[in-house]
Design a protein around this ligand. Structure first.
Ligand SMILES: [Fe+2]
Ligand SMILES: [Fe+2]
Length: 173
């Protein structure tokens, strides 16, 4: 095994966190789908796929490290939202939580003097910076637009407003 037991445990837990984030994004996307905001829905459906991809990257990392893979149970996502703002704020809160979890993984790799894992985890660190930035932008824009102005936020997304320096839309790194 090329990783410590502690890091192995954290990686397994993180697979669960990423899958939970994927489910939560599906729930947020369906909220917007039902609210007739299809561009917002499309954005969050795409985020759901990205989170699943993150989980799969971690699965591969555990296997490549000859670790002990244990995929945890995934809790049900929050399905009900008062309005668009509550939904985009939950997305931001979730990205901030994941950022702290990824930092804890890097902390463990550093404590283990495990440069292979630390290097592999850097990809997630950079990804979180982008995800927090775009989630923050969407919260700010949703606040400014108000519920009746969500059309403007949709136009912004539709015109690729988040794409620059983000890479999320196309699923690129
Ligand atoms: Fe993620
Ligand atoms: Fe994310």
């Amino acid at each position: 095994m090329m990783i410590s037991k502690k890091l192995n445990t954290l990686l397994n837990e993180q697979i669960g966190h990423e899958l939970a984030a994927s489910h939560q994004y599906v729930a947020i996307a369906t909220y917007f789908d039902q609210a007739a905001l299809p561009v917002m829905a499309k954005h969050y459906y795409a985020q759901a796929l990205e989170e699943r991809d993150h989980a799969m990257r971690l699965v591969k990392l555990v296997l490549d490290s000859d670790g002990d893979l244990k995929i945890p149970a995934v809790p049900a996502p929050k399905m009900e939202f008062k309005n668009s703002l509550e939904a985009v704020q939950l997305a931001l809160a979730s990205e901030l939580k994941v950022t702290a979890q990824i930092s804890a993984l890097v902390d463990q790799a550093i404590a283990d003097k495990d440069h292979l894992s630390k290097n592999a985890l850097e990809w997630f660190v950079n990804e979180q910076r982008e995800e927090v930035t775009s989630a923050t932008t969407l919260v700010q824009m949703t606040k400014r637009a108000g519920e009746s102005g969500m059309f403007f936020v949709e136009n912004f997304l539709q015109s690729g407003g988040l794409a620059e320096g983000e890479g999320g839309e196309a699923g690129a790194e």
